[in-house]
Design a protein around this ligand. Structure first.
Ligand code: HEC
Ligand code: HEC
Length: 163
């Protein structure tokens, strides 16, 4: 399964080889998002999908999401108040628009008043994936755009280069 998925990403990457090389040279740290370092957040937010790095969304997005966990993309992901508080503190402190996250370039095109809930709807995310062919998203092994690990084999370690 891993091999097949790798070949999907590699195929797409080869197609865009020129753009990828250029992108690397210019993108700097765009492809590394520090993985979640807080054990509680890793546990609670990594049980249904990978624990998404805090640097993939701005603080206001995490605040909104953490206030609506009882209806989290149609699922009940709620936790007790103390847990929610600790997770929110962690995510906000490491968000894309904080000194620690320092991923502001990742938020290009996102209005300051918007609190996007999907990483996969950020203009930068959409841009980085424009070379992926529509059929790849619907493959059984991928199933969802949010399934980063299907294509980015080192996503759990924070690496999102086209692997
Ligand atoms: C009960 C299961 C469950 C738990 C627990 C859970 N999530 Fe989710 N999450 C989902 C589902 C389902 C989706 C939608 C996935 C999809 O569209 O493929 C989702 C999507 C997301 C997305 C958007 C991904 C995208 O499309 O860009 C983010 C961000 C996210 N979750 C963060 C969190 C955080 C933070 C926590 C911990 C507080 C958490 N999740 C806990 C089920 C869960
Ligand atoms: C269907 C496979 C697939 C899925 C699922 C996927 N990606 Fe990607 N991603 C790619 C490919 C292929 C590229 C390289 C595209 C290019 O360079 O033209 C890429 C590029 C990226 C880049 C830019 C890397 C760089 O070198 O600058 C980031 C960041 C990224 N993806 C994050 C994510 C995140 C976060 C998720 C999950 C929310 C995700 N991707 C889901 C295939 C995927």
């Amino acid at each position: 399964m891993t091999t097949l998925i790798r070949s999907i990403a590699v195929g797409a990457a080869l197609f865009a080889a020129g753009a990828v090389m250029l992108g690397r040279a210019q993108a700097g740290s765009d492809e590394y998002f520090p993985p979640v370092s807080d054990p509680l957040t890793r546990q609670e937010c990594g049980s249904c999908h990978m624990a998404f790095p805090a640097g993939l969304l701005p603080a206001r997005s995490w605040q909104k999401m953490m206030g609506e966990l009882d209806n989290h993309f149609g699922e009940d992901a709620s936790v007790d108040a103390a847990t929610a508080k600790q997770i929110t503190t962690y995510l906000v402190a490491h968000a894309a628009d904080t000194a620690r996250g320092d991923m502001r370039r990742w938020l290009r095109g996102v209005s300051a008043s918007a609190a996007p809930q999907r990483i996969t709807e950020l203009p930068k995310w959409v841009r980085e994936h424009r070379e992926v062919s529509p059929g790849d998203w619907t493959r059984k092994e991928v199933a969802s755009k949010a399934n980063c690990v299907a294509c980015h084999v080192d996503a759990e370690r924070g690496y999102f280069e086209d692997d």
